[in-house]
Design a protein around this ligand. Sequence first.
Ligand code: CAA
Length: 241
Amino acid sequence: MAKVALVTGGTRGIGRSITERLVKDGYKVAANYAGNAEAAGKCAAELGVKAYQWDVGDYDACAAGIAEIGKDLGPIDILVNNAGITRDATLHRMTRQQWDDVIRVDLTSAFNLCRLTIEGMRERNFGRIINISSINGQKGQIGQVNYSAAKAGLIGFTKALAQENAKKGITVNVICPGYIDTEMVQAVPEKVLEGIIATIPVGRLGKAEEIAGCVSFLAGSDAGFITGATLTANGGQYITG
Ligand code: CAA
């Protein structure tokens, strides 16, 4: 029986590439999205998946979404916490709303979805949880105290959850993409982005498919002994042990 995967923020950007790759790998994939119905409809039609709309920062909405996927596809075996937003501003200009929005969508969402799926994974003695963090959670970034804090939080969350569930056939890992060619990165002011690309040793932005390949590996059977790991994919921009 094909395993069931949920990709949050799975209809655009890196998430869409992850959805596409997991479909190719033979999983039954549910793609969650927050609000862009046009992109979700296009993704669903092109990849042959069902797109599920809910706000990953809302615990009750996550519960309802997971229940719906359960009815359609079955219980979730592979959870990819990919949904994320930026609300960039230097701290001295950042509003409380910009802080709260990013923490809620980028970090609290992982609590919500893991909390709602972990008991089933533990009962079935199998699970793959893959959290999508960021280079900016590793190194910090001007204009992103909110995002850097949330993404660094995901790394600690991963390490703790991995230890809690290691004996239950569940692996929990985190991927830290660098600057990937998506709408989120294209929204960075042009001059700033040029400066960022100049600091990437491979000399280019990453491709969403390159992150999807990392997810595919961590979801697969070859990665059964890897848990609590941080997989860095940033073109050499920030090299860490
Ligand atoms: N790297 C290096 N320097 C940066 C920078 C960056 N990413 N962002 C801003 N700066 C520098 C600017 O060059 C500028 O320096 P100078 O005064 O020496 O020219 C200084 O910081 C202030 O910048 P601004 O003049 O732009 O000030 P602002 O208040 O108008 O805007 C800002 C500040 C909101 C941080 C804006 O510059 C910005 O949006 N920067 C991009 C931040 C960023 O990198 N976000 C990543 C988004 S992509 C993502 O998050 C995906 C992922 O996981 C990697």
